[in-house]
Ligand binder design. Structure first.
Ligand SMILES: Cc1cc2nc3c(=O)[nH]c(=O)nc-3n(C[C@H](O)[C@H](O)[C@H](O)COP(=O)(O)OP(=O)(O)OC[C@H]3O[C@@H](n4cnc5c(N)ncnc54)[C@H](O)[C@@H]3O)c2cc1C
Length: 417
């Protein structure tokens, strides 16, 4: 990225580094030694509600300090409350942050700041920007993402939670699902159907919803890997003032697409490493005394090469972003390879451990691999499933013919309604 550095950016980086050194310690490169410390191979963190609240408090403290130092909203245009800096600044900030021991972000922080904060800044009224956008971007308030429904995940536009106009309010009824961290959120960013007599994308409206509104019920869903970080959220005639509508009536699909797009351009506050790595797998093979076995060696080499390939893809997307390009569908390649690698690493560890994988002997690090294996399927779904990434790659990268679409009639005439 050196070729993109100019004097101004270098000086800015220096300022970032100086500020970071006032709020965090330099990060020491983590070297995991077999048999020492916490083996932590969890993909989704297993925490009690109390631990999760304490952890979120730490992240929020950092995010507030970052916002107050002027580094909260780097790339958003000034008319929307951002600094309007080119993407290369966001990439530079993330690189500088990586050198410091800051609390790693979590999904609800990224959703609140990167997705909802940006969406309300861009699509909200001046009052909404004043009242909510800043509070989300600074993490004074947390906001979960109420998009998916039992019948609408990959096919998000098929959502059927209804909002019906009643004077100055809307009455919302329906169900959302997989809502990460709804139990810690003061607000939810919700998509609801406001017109069923048009094609499905054209009848959706976006709203902010106070999560303590009468008629909202949040029920945690326990994952097989242990935590209950996401939830079902039920709406039973929930009254929402029209003042909480984000964007025009029936313009919610545009808001939703832009919101998901912000995910790609949101900056910094690196996520923790997820699950076991190829290095952990090699250490396991060495510990079990099988690293010289020819078949095992081949498998280890395969996983290692795929891990390096993924790192190269991430670097390529970062370079494109820094150069102001939209990496577009190329982002799907990285997501697909990352989830595929997690599954491959988990499968290889399962084969190496054999029955010890399920009948934990208590030996150091063995149960940790079970946590990796149980978490990997969730990663294949979150943020767009593997199959959906493959469709995107097929249609938009390789230019193969698009899938047949049987859903072009008005929503009310589609067979599932
Ligand atoms: C950890 C985690 C956190 C999440 N957090 C949130 C959140 O905070 N807010 C929120 O709104 N949602 C959240 N989600 C939901 C997530 O967005 C959905 O799980 C995802 O979009 C897939 O939808 P689905 O689960 O309904 O599966 P479906 O869409 O029903 O898919 C079922 C299967 O069919 C396949 N499939 C579907 N369509 C196609 C197609 N066209 N071609 C080929 N195969 C297809 C899928 O790949 C999958 O294997 C979260 C999910 C996870 C796992």
């Amino acid at each position: 990225m050196a070729e993109l550095d100019d004097a101004e950016l270098r000086a800015w980086r220096e300022g970032v580094r100086t500020w970071l050194s006032t709020v965090a310690q330099p990060r020491t490169e983590e070297v995991r030694v077999w048999g020492e410390g916490d083996p932590d191979l969890q993909i989704f963190r297993v925490m009690s509600e109390e631990q999760e609240r304490a952890y979120l408090d730490r992240v929020r403290e950092y995010r507030k300090a970052r916002f107050d130092a002027g580094y909260g909203v780097l790339t958003l245009a000034p008319e929307f409350g951002g600094l309007g800096l080119p993407s290369v600044y966001a990439v530079a900030f993330a690189e500088e942050e990586h050198a410091f021991d800051i609390p790693p972000s979590s999904e609800i922080i990224s959703v609140t700041t990167g997705l909802v904060g940006s969406a309300v800044s861009v699509f909200g009224t001046a009052e909404q920007r004043e009242q909510y956008a800043r509070a989300f971007l600074r993490t004074d308030l947390l906001c979960c993402q109420l998009f998916s429904e039992p019948g609408a995940g990959s096919d998000l536009a098929g959502l059927s939670t209804k909002a019906v106009r009643d004077g100055d309010d809307w009455i919302v009824s329906g169900q959302k699902i997989w809502t990460s961290n709804a139990q810690f959120s003061e607000y939810g960013f919700m998509l609801a159907r406001t017109d069923s007599d048009v094609v499905k994308q054209a009848g959706i409206t976006a709203f902010l919803v106070p999560m303590d509104s009468p008629g909202i019920q949040i029920r945690p869903i326990r994952q097989m890997s242990g935590p209950a970080s996401f939830n079902e959220v039920f709406f039973d005639s929930v009254r929402i003032p029209d003042a909480m509508r984000i964007g025009d009536v029936n313009a919610g699909w545009k808001v939703a697409m832009a919101t998901l797009g912000f995910e790609r351009s949101s900056s910094g506050s690196g996520h923790r490493r997820k699950g076991g790595t190829s290095a952990d797998l090699i250490a396991l093979a060495q510990e079990l005394g099988v690293s010289q076995d020819p078949v095992t060696r081949q498998r280890l080499a395969d996983v290692y090469v795929r891990t390096r390939l993924h790192a190269a893809m991430v670097a390529r997307v970062a370079r494109a972003t820094a150069a102001g390009e939209n990496p577009g569908p190329a982002g799907s390649l990285g997501k697909l390879v990352a989830s595929d690698n997690l599954v491959r690493i988990g499968n290889a560890a399962s084969d190496l451990l054999g029955s010890a994988m399920v009948a934990d002997t208590g030996a150091w690090g063995q149960f940790a691999w079970s946590e990796h294996v149980l978490g990997a399927p969730g990663y294949r779904l979150a943020g767009g499933t593997d199959e959906v990434q493959r469709n995107i790659i097929a249609e938009r990268v390789l230019g193969l013919p698009a899938e047949y679409r049987a859903d072009k009639a008005p929503f009310s005439q589609l067979s599932k309604n």
